[in-house]
Ligand binder design. Structure first.
Ligand code: BDP
Length: 701
């Protein structure tokens, strides 16, 4: 009996204290520093809120929840502050100087007449301000003279879920879909609300709930009811719901003879369907379309163009505020072509021809979410078309849920690249936020890394990528380090030493991964599952679905010549950009093999030959995973033990797999380079055949 009691108690302690990661960065654990806590408590004696919209209710509830957790006291809510001081006042509607610098979703937080005022032009602005105030408290900032002004730089900040109606997720590594389609609309999982809270805390205001490889089923009345139920949960958090659509739905679902976008019956079908969607979801966000890409149907099946397809949907959307997001991720099986050039070739001729409701969504790089890519040349080449950007949070090419890769530097690197589209300073960020070409439809999308795992993202540290995406979509000038600091403080620990260890890990993680995976501008060393090393892979119905197509290793050297002597993809960039990359002698190393076929013996800017440089990177990066492990251990005393152990296990696996990658690359490339592994590194213990066998086994079904 006593034993049982003891086990029960132990279990209870475990349940109470173990951090399962569910609360993400909205943990609101009690502040341990009593002075800080009582300082905050003096400024948060009440919450005054005039108005009762559902969004304001969300703000008030969140503030109460947060203060209750952080301060340990229940804070009363009043309809107005009256003459009282020492509280937090949520106010919709700003005028005069307060209104300056604020757009419709922005907020201003000031200390005035003894109260903290959270103001916005709209209730959603106040909601974002509330989360910003909570962030200040969570990260231990003073609120005595608080003065914050912030407005989102991009209008549509959204997650793209690649979730299927059968509950699976394409490229999902954190369990099944969040959406329990079979239970909807009757059963509303409380998790939907927590998802909405997490997104709203970052300013994410849109969610595409289904896969771009869309099922027509999502457009049936049955599913629209389910989607409407989700929209009902999202609405009080300022989030609109969008749908990916299957272009051939008029035929497969509507029973028409064609899905030709110029056919009157097809146009009517979409017009009626769009109206029907709005009967279920009056504030529907819009459509996301993958057309004529990787086998998906599209207007080209009928001899029509992307413009015909997109504008047809835009016409159907005309009576409503929603948008049509048309993806530029297209490439054809062209044995002589260069996949790098495909999207630019297909889309630039249409610049200026899309309906104003259309936004063209472009992946950050020209190929496909590789560990490191140059920015897509489309960003510098479509001044008359609103372009949105698409990043991938789910780590399809970044080691799934095992390897640690903090992606803020991936986003920043692309956004800070200069396209020179309108002279120096024409960064991708300024194209995307509309300031360069003056468009008002602006969009940043992240392919979600969320799933049904209790901690949402599989690897608990991958939550930082969701967080970073949202923060950057709101304000692309935030630094990777500042975002990492916020996230670690809010999510893992506020102990300064531990924060600095974890911050260091996050900030170096992407470069470490790149160096054992695809260093110096290599890409796609894998085919099928996008995880195991397969640089030798040379068989496929399409040349651009082999690994050798991308790295072009031969007895002379390595890399894809995209200069004028090769595919000339570089000609798709402005001359200023081209000049940075076209000369093999001064092309920055991160992009070298993207643009040049470099001899093994060529001396690089580091003083090493290409072969030696590659080996140095493969070996030191695999060793650096050990460093990640050490940093994690140093942070251990300040971390939740369950979370610590979870991540420690993943890092150990990452180390083993980094060596797997290193050996695969070194042994494979050595066949061409015919050189020894340079000292002090040692020749791998296994042979190329050993590694190939291990990969074959990994890929066995
Ligand atoms: C590729 C993925 C594939 C997606 C495609 C896309 O492997 O699953 O459907 O991108 O973005 O990276 O459409």
């Amino acid at each position: 009996m006593n034993r049982l009691l003891l086990i029960g108690l132990l279990l209870l302690t475990h349940l109470t204290f173990a951090d399962d990661g569910y609360r993400l960065w909205l943990k609101y654990d009690r502040l341990t520093d009593a002075t800080v806590r009582s300082g905050y408590a003096r400024s948060a004696q009440f919450i005054a809120v005039s108005g009762s919209s559902p969004v304001l209710k969300s703000a008030t509830n969140e503030l109460q929840l947060g203060l209750q957790g952080l301060l340990g006291t229940t804070v009363p809510t009043l309809p107005s502050a009256g003459t009282r001081q020492g509280g937090i006042v949520l106010t919709v509607g700003v005028s005069g100087a307060d209104a300056n610098e604020l757009n419709e979703e922005g907020y201003r937080i000031v200390k005035r007449q003894g109260n903290i005022l959270v103001m916005g032009k709209t209730d959603v602005g106040v909601l974002y301000g509330t989360f910003a105030l909570l962030r200040q408290l969570q990260t231990g900032q003073s609120v005595d003279a608080i003065n914050l002004v912030s407005s989102p730089k991009v209008k549509l900040r959204m997650l793209n879920h690649w979730d299927n109606p059968n509950g699976t997720i394409e490229r999902g590594y954190a369990g099944g879909s969040l959406w329990k389609w079979s239970e909807l609309p009757e059963t509303i999982d409380p998790r939907y609300k927590d998802y909405a809270r997490a997104n709203a805390s970052l300013g994410i205001n849109g969610t595409v709930v289904n896969n771009v490889n869309a099922s027509a089923r999502m457009l049936t009345g049955e599913y629209l009811q389910k989607v409407a139920a989700l929209a009902g949960v999202m609405r009080p958090y300022g989030i609109k719901v969008y749908l990916s659509v299957y272009f051939a739905a008029p035929k497969t679902l509507g029973g028409l003879k064609t899905s030709d976008p110029l056919d009157p019956e097809v146009r009517k079908w979409w017009t009626d369907k769009t109206a029907e969607i709005h009967r279920y979801i009056p504030d529907f966000g819009g459509f996301l379309v993958k057309a004529n890409s990787e086998g998906e149907p599209g207007p080209q099946d009928y001899g029509r163009t992307h413009v015909d397809g997109a504008n047809m949907l835009a016409a159907a959307m005309k009576p409503f505020p929603g948008v049509v997001i048309w993806r530029a991720f297209v490439y054809k099986a062209d044995p002589t072509g260069d996949r790098f050039k495909a999207a630019y070739e297909e889309f630039t001729p249409f610049d200026g021809q899309f309906d104003p409701k259309v936004i063209v969504q472009v992946k950050n790089g020209p190929i496909d979410f590789q560990p490191r890519e140059p920015f897509s040349p489309l960003f510098g080449a479509m001044p008359k078309t609103p372009l949105g950007i698409e990043f991938q949070l789910t780590q399809e090419y970044l080691g799934f849920a095992t390897h640690l890769v903090y992606e803020a530097p991936v986003f920043k690197e692309c956004l800070e690249s200069d396209t020179y589209a309108a002279g120096k300073g024409s960064t991708v960020a300024r194209v995307i936020d509309g300031s360069l070409h003056g468009y008002s439809q602006t969009l940043m999308a992240g392919v979600a890394n969320t799933g049904s795992d209790r901690n949402w993202t599989g690897n608990p540290l991958a939550q930082a990528n969701w967080y970073a995406f949202g923060r950057i979509a709101w304000d692309h000038t935030l630094t990777s380090a500042a975002i990492a600091d916020e996230w670690v403080n809010m999510t893992l620990t506020r102990q300064p030493q531990a924060v600095s260890h974890v911050r260091a890990m996050l900030l170096r993680s992407r470069d470490i991964y790149v160096d054992y995976n695809a260093p110096i501008g290599l890409s796609r060393p894998w085919t099928g599952v996008h995880f195991a090393p397969e640089p030798w892979q040379n068989k496929s119905p399409r040349p651009d679905w082999t690994a050798v197509y991308y790295h072009r290793a031969d007895s002379v050297g390595l890399g894809f010549d995209r200069t004028a002597t090769g595919s000339n993809a570089l000609a798709q960039y402005r001359p200023e950009v081209r000049r940075q990359w076209e000369n093999v002698d001064n092309c920055p190393l991160p992009y070298l093999l993207w643009f040049h076929h470099v001899p093994w013996t060529k001396q690089l800017s580091t003083g090493r030959t290409l072969w030696d440089e590659l080996c140095t990177r493969f070996y030191t990066s695999a060793d650096s995973v050990r460093w990640l492990q050490q940093e994690w251990t140093l942070a251990k005393p300040a971390l939740d033990p369950v979370l610590y152990t979870d991540v420690a296990g993943r890092l150990a696996t990452q180390h083993r797999e980094a060596i797997w990658w290193r050996d695969a690359w070194v042994l494979y490339l050595q066949e061409f380079a015919k050189k020894p592994v340079p000292k002090p590194f040692k020749q791998p213990e296994q042979t190329l055949d050993d590694v190939k066998k291990s990969v074959d086994i990994y890929l066995l079904r």
